[in-house]
Every structure is written in structure tokens, then in C-alpha cells.
Design a binder for this molecule. Sequence first.
Ligand code: PAF
Length: 273
Amino acid sequence: MIIARSAQELREALSTKNGSVGFVPTMGALHIGHRTLIERARRENDVVVVSIFVNPTQFLPGEDLSKYPRREEADFKICELSGVDVLFYPDVNAMYGDDEVRIVAPDVRGYILEGASRPGHFDGVLTVVMKLLNIVRPARAYFGKKDAQQLVLITQMCENFFMDVTVIPCDTVRENDGLALSSRNVYLSVSERNDALKLSASLKRSTKLVMQGTLDACTIKEQMLAILEPLDVEYVAIVNRSFESIEQVIIGNTIILVAARVGTTRLIDNVWM
Ligand code: PAF
């Protein structure tokens, strides 16, 4: 596995490889969810590139940038064992200069739900993803459905800017008890982890209701909120795949989302139906 620390090193590394490039952008602290993305990229491409970069521009002041888990040695090993060809591991100076042009998230879709709780977050995500895609120039880029709004906005950016890449949505990976895998789960104490199960339990309930024929968004949200008690819920939302709020679930075009604080940790989860 080649480790590239700048755009130029990455380009040099890729110039020695032939065939389609599959790209998995990450912020490190890799878990089985990331491995699943890497394994899929491995199956579907000739060359696999993973980036590990804790992108400062997507963290708001007071968020967990400084304590975000960093696990260089373990992450390198995971990449190596998962068959990654090139690991892109830049520092902040290799990615950002002064007074730069930035991508701005769309006014509505970028500023509701996650964007309302974290205003400006998606500007940072889209800016870094644009940079990464331009550096790596992959045929396919792999993103998890757990960050549903991020995935939808990145897909939209690639369409709006006529970018020559296919964004591949990948299913959320869960622990046996339902907890969605996240690098931030390491912040949870044992009792908080137990409380965190309410997020997936509420989504499970929503799926059951829909399967039983209850499509009314208000009824589903009420029942989810009852399960989520006494957590500090930021939102429960039912949207279509363009992130427009809907009153009735449309099978094949609905995402049900939840964001809540468990202790000091902010968790998100969702189900696509
Ligand atoms: O989902 C993430 O890990 C990050 O938001 C991403 C896409 C790597 C951009 O920093």
C-alpha cells in the first residue's frame, strides 16, 4: 500500500496504476462500516484509494474537532488488510491554503435537519469532498447512507457541477443489537450506549408501522418520540429522497431520520424505505 501525503504524491502513486479507481473518503477511526465500503470498492474497481483526513472546515466552533478519535496505526493496518492500493493521508496544510474559494451548500437542503443543527457543516463537507474528488478523480466514490443528508448533498453537488464520478450509496452497518456503527460511538459510556439503542429501536418501530400499513408521518413520528424518551431529541423527520418533508410515507422514496444527544454525544441514524 502506498501512502500519499499530498495531492502531488497521490497523483504520482496513481500514475503507476491502471484501470478504474474506486474511492472511499473517511475521517479515520475506521470501523466495520468503513471496511464494508472499502470491500465494495475493492470488488467493483481495479484500484482502491482511501483518504483519511479529519476535515476542520466541517466542524463548528465548540464541536469535537480536537477530540475526534485519531488512530493512525490501526487505520493504516485496516487499510492494508482490506486491500487498499493507495492511502491518501494529508495534513491540513496539504488540503487548505488561505482565503480560498469554497463550495456553499444549497439554501434549503443544506440548512435543514443536520444543516439547521450544524449551520455551515455541509459547506465544509462539500468543499473537502470536491477537493478530494478532484485530487483522486475516481470512477466511483462510496458513501454510507447513515449520513443520509451528506450523501444526498454530495450526489447533488456532483450533478450540479457535472462531475464525472458515480456516487455509490452504501447501507448502514449495525452492531447485532441495532446500534449504527459510528466513529463517535467510542465517546459513549456503557449506560449511554444502552440509551443510544433507542435511536435504532425507534427506527425499527417506524419500519414495522409502515409494513403494517401506517403511512401517516405524524403518527409514525409520535410513536418514535415515545420510544426515544427521555433522550434529548434534536429531530425526528420523514422526508423524500430529495429531502423534502412529506406527510405520507412513499415506499421507495422515503428516509426516516433521527438525531439525538446521548450524554454529550450527538448521534444520528435513519432508515431508507
Ligand atoms: O463522512 C465523513 O467521514 C466525512 O464527512 C467525509 C465525507 C469524509 C468528508 O470529510
